[in-house]
Design a protein around this ligand. Structure first.
Ligand SMILES: [Zn+2]
Length: 414
């Protein structure tokens, strides 16, 4: 099998990638007949909601991993807030197995930090780590591990197997009933505000805890200028913390909430234009390590209702690379090589997944996405592999197109 006429990481002369037995067997100069596409290592998402088990009306492991392949991903981490919660070896092994059976990308389950995400006692972290799913990322995502003692214990516990706690930073008391970013607009629209400090206070506490116990901390979907500043400070002190930003927080602002359209309702909420500028700067200078989608499918009836009653979350897998191109590459803030770092190499490293996020080189697994940055497309919410339709980009013209995705040499999208 041959992936013909691509420029590796968007640089240099066009090449052909020869694939055999799932590995890159040779990389040779190509004799181009048309403009070369670019090849990136298969993308790795550290933050996906696949909804199975429990909400198979919203998404399944199969449909979610098809959407991932369409978006250029070869590995996704499936969040634990399913029903039942992924808080035992049994559930994480089930999700892992469903992913392998579907075969569109490697599904790496995230284990819950606390039993039932209830925030009361630690889940069986060791049993999940030792299971066939080899869980290394633990998160109560959707909820915050707000109890400082539990958070400290979790950070101490995961050290034994080189795991990481991925925190959904949301101080619960400061966000009771919160609906949108707190600011002049929340007052004007009469929606309960979600203050930046509710995110920043937890991040500040957690970097100090991680420093205190000498453990690894990952911060999910950071969204405010203050959060970027805290992570910058922590990294400057040598604290072992990594952080992610979502494509929607790189592009969209809270001004969209004026429409009262719950398609824009998300957790954490869309923030101000100044926050968007800060997260772009943070990603460009390496303060923010990775882009993670927080792909959150919801059925129509949970989104097409009044703002206060609607579910939080938006789709993200199929549009992530285009949004990153628009906000970071086309603006001159990142090269394609840096995109490969923050959407493939670093998320694989944080999640400790083998065989992903590797360089495009002979002998490496043939996990490859072929991308056309010169194309444009208008997002059609019905044209998706996901079971859900809640994309905030419907009707929007975006740059780029994923041409093909290969998982160990097998085309999972073409
Ligand atoms: Zn979250």
């Amino acid at each position: 099998m041959k992936i013909a006429n691509v420029r590796l990481l968007g640089e240099g002369e066009p090449v052909d990638i020869e694939v055999s037995d799932g590995l890159i067997a040779a990389i040779e100069p190509s004799t181009p007949s048309e403009p070369a596409l670019i090849a990136l290592p298969g993308l790795v998402d550290l933050h996906t909601h696949l909804r199975e088990p429990g909400r198979e009306d919203a998404e399944t492991v199969r449909t979610g991993s098809m959407a991932a392949a369409k978006g250029g991903y070869t590995c996704v981490h499936a969040m634990a807030n399913t029903d039942p919660v992924a808080d035992t070896a049994g559930v994480v092994e089930q999700v892992w197995r469903l992913g392998r059976e579907a075969g569109f990308c490697d599904v790496q389950p995230v284990g819950a930090v606390t039993v039932g995400l209830a925030g009361e006692r630690l889940a069986e972290l060791g049993a999940m780590a030792d299971s066939v799913a080899r869980v290394r990322v633990f998160s109560d995502d959707g909820k915050c591990v707000s109890d400082a003692v539990l958070m400290r214990r979790a950070l101490e516990y995961v050290k034994a197997f080189d795991g990481v706690v991925a925190q959904h930073a949301q101080e619960p008391r400061l966000t009771e009933g919160a609906q949108m970013n707190e600011g002049p607009l929340s007052g004007e629209l009469g929606l309960t505000g979600w203050p930046a400090v509710a995110e920043e206070a937890i991040i500040a506490r957690d970097v100090l805890l991680a420093d205190h116990v000498g453990s690894r901390l990952h911060v999910c979907h950071l969204s405010t200028r203050g959060s970027v500043e805290i992570i910058r400070w922590a990294k400057g002190r040598g604290i072992n913390v990594t952080a992610e930003v979502t494509p929607h927080h790189l592009l969209l602002t809270d001004d969209l909430v004026r429409s009262y359209d719950p398609i824009y309702k998300v957790n954490p909420p869309l923030r101000s234009a100044d926050d968007v500028e800060a997260v772009r700067e943070g990603l460009a200078d390496g303060t923010i390590d990775i882009v993670a989608t927080d792909h959150a499918p919801h059925p129509m009836e949970d989104k097409e209702c009044e703002w206060d009653a609607a579910a939080f979350g938006m789709l993200g897998l199929e549009t992530a690379l285009s949004i990153v191109q628009q906000t970071m590459v086309d603006t001159g803030r990142l090269t394609w090589s840096q995109v490969a770092e923050c959407m493939s190499a670093k998320p694989a490293e944080i999640g400790r997944v083998a065989g992903h996020g590797r360089p495009l080189a002979v002998g490496e697994p043939a996990n490859v996405v072929v991308y056309d940055p010169t194309a444009t497309h208008v997002v059609d919410p019905t044209d998706t592999a996901s079971l859900s339709r809640n994309t905030p980009y419907g009707g929007l013209k975006l740059p780029g197109r994923v041409v093909a995705t290969y998982l160990r040499g097998k085309a999972t999208h073409d």
